[in-house]
Design a protein around this ligand. Sequence first.
Ligand code: 5AD
Ligand code: SF4
Length: 443
Amino acid sequence: MPDRPAARKLFIRTYGCQMNVYDSERMAEALGGQGYVLTDAPEGADLVLLNTCHIREKASEKLYSDLGRLKPLKAANPDLRIGVAGCVAQAEGEEIIARMPLVDLVVGPQSYHRLPEMERQVRAGARVVDTEFPAEDKFEVLKDRPKAARGPTAFLTVQEGCDKFCAFCVVPYTRGAEASRPADRILSEARGLVEAGVREITLLGQNVNAWHGAMSGDRQGFAALIAALARIDGLERIRYTTSHPGDMDDALIAAHGAEAKLMPYLHLPVQSGSDRILKAMNRKHTAEAYLRIVERLRAARPDILLSSDFIVAFPGESEADFEATLDLIRAVGFGSAFSFKYSPRPGTPAAEKAELPPEVADDRLQRLQALMTAQQRDAQQAMVGRETTVLFEKPGRLAGQMVGKSEHMHAVHVAGPDNLRGQIRKVRIVEAGPNSLAGTVAD
Ligand code: 5AD
Ligand code: SF4
C-alpha cells in the first residue's frame, strides 16, 4: 500500500476581534480537506495565515512587522506559503502584494470559502488576491462544522457587516453591508456544537443584535433567535457580542429578564458620553438614550454587568465633552471597558478632520482608564462572599488550578481536578484580584 502523505502543517495567527477567532477556525476546517492540520508555531509550517484586523492603526502596522519576521522562515523553506486574511487583506490587498513579495495569498473575509482553490493555486506557484464581496453566502459554502470533540465554549457567527457607518470606523468598508445568516443554519450549527460538547455559545456579529430572519414563516428579530437557541437541550449559556444601542429593542431587553440561559453580561459600546461627539461620530443615539437602555436592562435583569468601548480624543472633543464621558461612566458603573485613542482610518469621514494633539489623547486615555480600573475593581470586589456559577474551561497557571467564566464573565479560578472542565458548578468567591476572582467549589 502506498504511504499516506504526511499531513501538511497550517499555522494561523489571529489578530483583533472574536469574529476573527471564529473565522480562523473555519479557515482551518476549510483547509482540513486539503490535508492540513493546525500547528502552534510558524516554524515548520507549510502554510502560514495571518488573520488581520484593521480597526486601529497599530493593528495594520503589526501585520507588516510580523510579515517581516517571517522572512527568514521563507528563506529557509521556499515551499512555505504565506497568506494574509481578514480586514487588512480586504482594505489593502493590492498594497500588501506590492509591498511584501513574500506574501503568496491575500483573502478578504467574504471569500474564505474559496481558500481551498486558492491554496491549490499558490501551491502551484501563483500569487492570488481575492477581496471580492461575492454574491454567494460563504457560510452556505463552508459546511457545518464537523462534530469533533471540542472545548465547552464556542463562538458562532450569526450576522456580519455593518450599515451604521460610525464616522471613525472601517468595518462597513471591510466587512460590508449587514447580512444575517438564516435561522435554520444557525440552529443546526448550534446543535452540532452542543453534540460536540459545547455548553456555552457566544453569538457573534459586528452588529449582532441587528440580526433578523425568517422563523416559522415570520420575520423575526434577535430575541426570537435567542429564544429558539435557548430551547436546545444541553446548551446552558448564551452570550452575544457586539451590540449597537440602536438595536436594543424591547423584545431583546425583555429577553434578559426572561431567558435564564442568557447570561447577565452585556458588551454595549457607547463610545462617548457627549451628545455633540456622539453626533459627530454618527452614532445615532444620545447619552441619555443609552442611559435609558441601561436602566431598562437593569429593570429586566438587576444584576446585569455592562461593558463598553470608548474612544477618546475624537476630532473636536473638548475637555467638557471628555468629562461628559467620565460622567456617563460614573452614572452607569461598568464592570469592564475597552478604551482607545482615536486613530484616523483611511476612507472614513472622521479621517478628514483635524486630530487633537497626542498629549491630549494620552492624558484623556489615562484618566478614563484610571476611572475604569477603579470601577472594575469595585465590580470584582463586590463578588467576594457571593456564590456564582462557573463553567470551567481549562487548567489555570498554577498546578491543580482550574479556570472558567462566571455568569458575569469574570475569570474565576479554583483548586480542583482536571475533570471540572466542561462542568458548570456553584462557586463561592473568596478573593478578588485585578483581573480574576478566586473561589471554592460550593456544590
Ligand atoms: N479609532 C479608535 N478606536 C476605534 N474603534 C473603532 N474604530 C476606531 C478608530 N478609528 C473602537 C471602537 C469600537 C472598537 C471595536 O474599536 O470603540 O467599538
Ligand atoms: Fe463600526 Fe459603528 Fe458599525 Fe460598530 S456600529 S462596526 S463602530 S460602524
